[in-house]
Ligand binder design. Structure first.
Ligand SMILES: NC(=O)c1ccc[n+]([C@@H]2O[C@H](COP(=O)([O-])OP(=O)(O)OC[C@H]3O[C@@H](n4cnc5c(N)ncnc54)[C@H](OP(=O)(O)O)[C@@H]3O)[C@@H](O)[C@H]2O)c1
Length: 258
């Protein structure tokens, strides 16, 4: 699989990354079907398959149930072969999302993520926005704080997972990476991708398959339609696709390599 440098970070990422919401959380999610969280053996096999297919990027968050903790165990011994993205700002507690964008919370959260992930650095940390992107950037000093952590070497790059065009553009002007929703039926955030490209910053795509509602995407193979469409944007660094299914994983990779 092709790899790209993530903006100006010097970090090399594969065209597809693996999303891990479903590794640790099956409540309060918008997937079309309910699902069981798989056991370690299934996930270990999935991670090996992903590696064998050329994927080196994995996306997690404290808000994804025990996803970080599971990855800490599953990736031990193989840590250096993965680029790990985690987040700050959102917690998922007793079925509800809670948000805190203060540097104090971010500091505690990152220390906890390092422990859970069983590592001494996180490659990329993103602010896990609640949608009030501009307010959160302007009122908490969170991006400045992450910039400090980068200088200290605890993280290699930072940015924000945004939900608005204004917030995405503001975030990418002040950080290394932005994560945006983009697919053939959700194109509103394209200007953020274009701005990031202009500034030589990294772009990660979330919800490339409309969170599994693929029947909404046109074409006889909606996965191929969507991935081809997304990769026409030159600013896209990597597409973070969520799956628990090795057959889906192989098909997703075939769509970007075939
Ligand atoms: N920062 C944020 O705010 C944020 C928000 C949402 C997501 N994310 C990140 O982005 C990742 C991806 O987002 P997402 O999970 O919401 O959406 P997605 O990647 O668009 O869709 C994932 C869904 O698509 C299904 N799927 C995957 N490949 C398929 C295929 N070949 N054929 C049919 N169905 C397929 C998966 O089911 P199977 O398991 O059955 O394959 C899963 O239910 C997440 O895991 C997470 O890491 C970040």
């Amino acid at each position: 699989m092709q790899q790209k440098i993530l903006g100006n970070t010097g970090i090399t990422v594969s065209t597809l990354g693996l999303g891990t919401v479903k590794f640790g959380r099956n409540q309060g999610v918008k997937y079309p079907q309910a699902f069981e969280i798989p056991d370690d053996q299934h996930l270990m096999q999935l991670l090996h398959t992903a590696r064998d297919l050329g994927i080196n990027l994995i996306d997690t968050a404290p808000a994804y149930g025990n996803s970080e903790t599971r990855l800490g165990t599953l990736l031990s011994g193989d840590r250096k072969n993965w680029v790990i993205v985690s987040k700050v700002g959102e917690e998922f507690v007793n079925g509800d999302s809670l948000y805190d964008f203060t540097p104090e919370h971010a500091e505690k959260s990152i220390k906890r993520s390092l422990k859970r992930l069983n590592t001494d650095y996180i490659d990329i940390v993103l602010v896990h926005s609640d949608g009030n992107d501009v307010y959160n950037i302007q009122n908490f000093g969170i991006l400045d704080f992450l910039s400090e952590l980068k200088k200290q070497g605890l993280i290699r790059a930072f940015g924000m997972s945004t939900k608005t065009v204004e917030g995405g553009i503001l975030a990418i002007q002040q950080s290394d990476v932005v994560m945006v929703t983009y697919n053939p039926i959700e194109t509103a955030e394209q200007p953020v991708i274009a701005k990031a490209f202009e500034l030589n910053k990294g772009v990660l795509i979330k919800k490339a398959l409309a969170s599994g509602h693929i029947q909404k995407i046109p074409g006889s193979d909606p996965v191929k339609t969507s991935l081809t469409f997304i990769l026409q944007e030159p600013g896209v660094s990597s597409i973070i696709l969520g799956t628990l299914d090795p057959t889906h994983l192989a098909h997703n990779v075939a769509c970007v390599t075939g």
